[in-house]
Ligand binder design. Structure first.
Ligand SMILES: *Cc1c(COP(=O)(O)O)cnc(C)c1O
Length: 454
C-alpha cells in the first residue's frame, strides 16, 4: 500500500453544533457602539439583519445547534477532505509534516458557503425575500447566490468591487447562473455610489464602498436584509465547522498540529480552522496559530486596535477591531478577498488575548508558493489562499533550518480556477509588490480620529 494522502469523514461525522469562542475568552469583548460611544443594542441592528441572526451575533453560549435542514445542505460538499501534502513536503525537503483542509470542494469553490447557507436559511425563516451584499473577488457573491438558489425564495443582489468585476468577469456569470444579480461598485444605483463616482470616476472601488451601497439599498425595503460574508461574530461561528472536522481528521490519522495557519481578510476562514484549536490551546496544548495577510493590506500586523466603521459611509455600527481606517482603499493586489480595512472583532480579540500571531507577505512570494503547490499537490489555489501556503512554506523551511519535526495544519480556503489573471501576470513578470508607504497608512488611520476608543 502506498502512503495515506487524505482523511475523509462520513456524513454521519458532520459536527452537529457550531463552536462559539466568545464563551471562552478570558475578558469579554467590547460591544459595538454608536459614534458617541454608547453600546448598540440588538434592536438597532434590526433594519439590517434578521433577529434570529442578531441573536447569534450577541450569543455567548459555547455551543450552538446546527439546524437539521442546514446539515442537509452542508452534506452537498461536507465533510471536506483533509490532505497530507506529502509531495510538497518532499519538494521542500522539510522534516515538517504538512496537512491542509480542502475547503475548495464546495460548489462556489471556497469556505464561504459554510456561512452563506445558514445566512440564507435564517433570513428565509424570518420571512425575508431579498438579500443585498458586497463582494470583493466574487467568492462571497457566488456563495450567497448559490445559497439563495438552494434555500429558495430569496433574491440575491451583489455589489462587486469594480476592479474585481473587471478582472474576473466569469464570477458574475456564476452568480447569474445561480440566479443572483451582480453590479460593479461604486454604481449609479445608490446615493453613496453616485457621490464617489462624481469625485473619482476611475476608482477601483473597495469593500468598504460596496458595503455602503448594499446597506443603503437594504434599509430602503421592508422585506430586504443585508448579508456580510466575513467579519461578524455569527460568520466566525458558522465557519467553526471547518476546525471541528479537522480535529476529528487529525485524530483519525494520529497526529496533532503544532502550528495552525490560515489567510486572513476579514478573518472568517482563519477563524473557522483556528477557533477550535484556540480552545485546545486554552486547555494547555502548545499550538502556534498564525494568520497570514497581504503586505499591501496589513490589518493585524500594522493596524491599531480601535473602534471603526465597517464601511466608508459609516452606516455600520462601530466595531472593536484592528483597522487601517474605513477610508483605506488598498492597492490593486490580486487577492481581492484580503483587501478589507478591518479584521473580525473576534479575531482581533483573540490577538489581544495572545492566542494568535500574524505575518504579512508580499504577493509575489505568495504566487511563487501557489505555483509550487500546484506543481506538487496539483490544486490551483485562490490568490487569498496563496497567503496561507506562503506562510506554511516559511514555517516548513524554518523546520528544516532548525532540524525540527513539526506538524503544520493549513486551511486551503479555496481554488483559483476563476482567478487565473493573477497567475498570468505572475508568469508575465508583470506582478508588483505594494509595501505601503507610512503616509498612506497615516492618512487612512486619520479617518478614525475622534471616534471612541475601546
Ligand atoms: C473571501 C476569501 C478569503 C478571505 O476572507 P476571510 O473572511 O478572511 O476568510 C480567503 N480565501 C478565499 C478563497 C476567499 O474566498
Amino acid at each position: 500500500m502506498s502512503e495515506q494522502i487524505k482523511v475523509v469523514l462520513t456524513e454521519d461525522d458532520l459536527p452537529k453544533q457550531w463552536y462559539n469562542l466568545a464563551a471562552d475568552f478570558a475578558t469579554p469583548m467590547a460591544p459595538p457602539v454608536d459614534p458617541e460611544g454608547n453600546p448598540i443594542g440588538p434592536e438597532a441592528l434590526a433594519p439590517v439583519f434578521p433577529m434570529n441572526l442578531i441573536e447569534q451575533e450577541v450569543c455567548t453560549d459555547r455551543w450552538v445547534d446546527i439546524p437539521d435542514e442546514i446539515l442537509g445542505y452542508y452534506k452537498i460538499w461536507r465533510p471536506t477532505p483533509l490532505y497530507r501534502a506529502r509531495r510538497l513536503e518532499k519538494a521542500l525537503g522539510t522534516p515538517a509534516k504538512i496537512y491542509y483542509k480542502n475547503e475548495g470542494v464546495s460548489p462556489a469553490g471556497s469556505h464561504k458557503p459554510n456561512t452563506a447557507i445558514p445566512q440564507a436559511w435564517y433570513n428565509k425563516q424570518f420571512g425575508i425575500k431579498k438579500l443585498t451584499t458586497e463582494t470583493g473577488a466574487g467568492q462571497w457573491g457566488s456563495a450567497l447566490s448559490f445559497a439563495c438558489a438552494l434555500v429558495g425564495g430569496i433574491e440575491c443582489k451583489v455589489f462587486m468591487v469594480r476592479i474585481s468585476f473587471d478582472q474576473k468577469p466569469f464570477r458574475k456569470i456564476m452568480m447569474n447562473t445561480w440566479g443572483g444579480i451582480c453590479v460593479p461598485s461604486p454604481s449609479m444605483e445608490t446615493e453613496v455610489g453616485r457621490k464617489i463616482l462624481a469625485e473619482d470616476p476611475d476608482t477601483p472601488g473597495s469593500l468598504g464602498i460596496a458595503i455602503s451601497e448594499a446597506i443603503e439599498q437594504c434599509v430602503q425595503a421592508e422585506d430586504t436584509r443585508y448579508s456580510l460574508g466575513s467579519v461578524l461574530n455569527h460568520v466566525m461561528l458558522h465557519q467553526t465547522i471547518i476546525g471541528q472536522e479537522a480535529q476529528k481528521q487529525m485524530q483519525m490519522i494520529g497526529d496533532n498540529p503544532d502550528v495552525v495557519i490560515g489567510c486572513a481578510g476579514g478573518g472568517s476562514n482563519f477563524a473557522g480552522l483556528a477557533f477550535p484549536y484556540i480552545n485546545e490551546r486554552m486547555h494547555g496544548k502548545e499550538i502556534r496559530i498564525i494568520a497570514s495577510e497581504p503586505e499591501a493590506c496589513p490589518t493585524l500586523t500594522q493596524a491599531k486596535f480601535r473602534y471603526d466603521s465597517g464601511d466608508i459611509a459609516m452606516m455600520t455600527p462601530l466595531l472593536p477591531m484592528h483597522s487601517l481606517g474605513h477610508t483605506f482603499v488598498p492597492p490593486p493586489l490580486h487577492a481581492g478577498g484580503l483587501r478589507y480595512h478591518g479584521m473580525a472583532p473576534m479575531v482581533s480579540h483573540a490577538m489581544n488575548e495572545g492566542h494568535i500571531e500574524a505575518t504579512a507577505i508580499p504577493q509575489t512570494e505568495c504566487y511563487e508558493a501557489a505555483v509550487q503547490f500546484a506543481r506538487t499537490e496539483g490544486f490551483i489555489s485562490a490568490p487569498e489562499t496563496s497567503h496561507a501556503i506562503a506562510a506554511t512554506i516559511r514555517e516548513a523551511k524554518r523546520a528544516t533550518e532548525e532540524g525540527k519535526e513539526k506538524t503544520i495544519l493549513m486551511n486551503w480556503s479555496g481554488h483559483g480556477l476563476m482567478d487565473l489573471k493573477g497567475y498570468e501576470s505572475y508568469f508575465n513578470g508583470n506582478m508588483e509588490d505594494y509595501p505601503l508607504p507610512d503616509e498612506l497608512l497615516e492618512k487612512s488611520a486619520a479617518s478614525m480620529d475622534g471616534l471612541p476608543m475601546p
